[in-house]
Design a binder for this molecule. Structure first.
Ligand code: PLP
Length: 415
């Protein structure tokens, strides 16, 4: 039966008659409705960090729903899980006196962070600071601002100009960022937005020193730094927010995905105490921004238990201790004639980019390889010219090897 479901980012002309229905999962495994089992090498969309089937999270969310369907946190209202999760996240954040603003996902977190940055400058008497600089190849969700700043060109095109006051710099150059701030005029630049490791743009690792250097340059010109940790957070890079790997202290951090391991939708922004200060200490200066489900109690209850599990099972550290194992599983693929490059080595994420020759000869090679590897029981994610791996943080060494083997067999079949 033809589907009525409009899949995001998907070619419905191709998908309409052939969907892949995932039914259930446990730990690193998921099962389809035909009874096949797959190794979930991408943790869905980079987010099932604690693995599938964690009853503790489901029970906490259900208990919360039984107790209170939901209650807004507008004005002086709040609910216990939202308060507790904000305190927990603030305590884990790498900036002093952190404050936490909740959203329902990562895209909304990006729009919130940029609006906070602009309003911060406005409150400081610098209302001309509205320009946002992001990076080529970056992905920051598909809400208004996230679309406007998108570094993946295709995600911006066809919608008209959404954020005229924005520009992009090469993803690996600190000098290019400085030059762009000077070209626009520092007095007009609100924020620089970056992913510590670019995810959807192809798993692009930062050059040595990059993360600390961009923060230094931005601060030299009064530009706020927003670190987008939607993928990089909650253990993916072996730390809570990704940036700690470089001892970096941004002004704002966006998070989502791993905060609940996707059991319920939740995201948010962590603000440095200095950025929150004009809103927290000046009466009559509210941030006129937010949405119905900010601080939803069931989502926050799921987040609290998810963080408990990440801590109890040492999964944040695992994001780091297993990175070498993942790299060893993928690196040999670099010698395959159809592979241009393997990118891995920071955290539990990696990508294998196919050769330009293959992509010229067979434009559908990435999608074809995804299917061939799926037929071998491993789920990968297509990313432009590459396929990505970002498994649950519970993954075992032999399962990472299995991913590498399935990749290699799929490549051999494609050759
Ligand atoms: N930022 C980054 C780095 C992401 O990878 C994503 C989603 O993949 C987002 C923002 C948007 O998050 P969401 O899909 O929850 O809106």
């Amino acid at each position: 039966m033809e589907t009525a479901l409009w899949h995001p980012f998907s070619d419905m002309a191709a998908v309409r008659e052939g969907e892949f229905v995932v039914e259930r999962g446990e730990d690193v495994w998921v099962h389809d409705t035909d009874g096949n089992r797959y190794l979930d090498a991408t943790a869905s969309l980079w987010y099932v960090n604690v693995g599938h089937g964690r009853a503790e999270i489901a029970e906490a969310a259900a208990d919360q729903m039984r107790k209170l369907a939901g209650y807004s946190i507008f004005g002086d209202f709040t609910n216990e899980p939202a308060r507790a999760l904000a305190a927990r996240i603030a305590g884990l954040a790498p900036m002093p006196d952190a404050k936490v603003f909740f959203t329902t996902g990562g895209g909304e977190a990006i729009d919130s962070a940029v609006k906070i940055a602009r309003r911060y400058h406005d409150a400081q008497g610098e209302s001309s600071r509205v320009h946002v600089i992001s990076r080529v190849n970056s992905y920051h969700g598909t809400n208004g601002i996230g679309t406007g700043v998108a570094g993946i060109e295709a995600n911006r095109s066809g919608f008209g100009e959404i954020l005229p006051s924005s520009s992009r710099v090469p993803f690996d150059s600190v000098d290019a960022l400085r030059a762009e701030i000077l070209r626009v005029g520092p007095e007009k630049v609100a924020a620089f937005l970056f992913e510590p490791v670019i995810g959807a743009g192809g798993v692009l690792l930062p050059p040595e020193g990059y993360v600390r250097d961009v923060i230094e340059v931005c601060h030299e010109y009064g530009v706020l730094v927003i670190a987008d940790a939607v993928i990089c957070g909650f253990g993916r890079l072996g730390t809570w927010f990704g940036v700690e790997r470089w001892d970096a202290v941004p002004d704002l951090i966006t998070f989502a995905k791993g905060v609940t391991s996707g059991y319920l939708p939740l995201g948010g922004v962590v603000a440095h105490g200095r950025v929150a200060e004009p809103f927290w200490s000046r009466a009559g200066n509210p941030l006129r921004h937010g949405s119905t489900y900010s601080g939803h109690p069931a989502c926050c209850a799921a987040g609290l238990v998810n963080i408990d599990l990440l801590e109890r099972d040492g999964l944040v550290e695992r994001g780091r201790t297993m990175e070498g194992v993942l790299e060893s599983a993928l690196r040999p693929l670099e010698s395959h004639e159809l592979v241009a490059e393997v990118r891995a080595g920071i955290g539990l994420l990696g990508a294998v980019e196919l050769s330009p020759d293959l992509l010229r000869r067979l434009p559908s090679a990435v999608a074809d390889l995804q299917v061939l590897v799926r037929q071998r029981g491993v789920l990968l994610r297509p990313l432009g010219k590459a396929l990505a791996v970002s498994p649950p943080l519970t993954i075992q060494a032999e399962q990472l090897e299995e991913i590498g083997d399935a990749f290699a067999a799929g490549l051999d079949e494609l050759a």
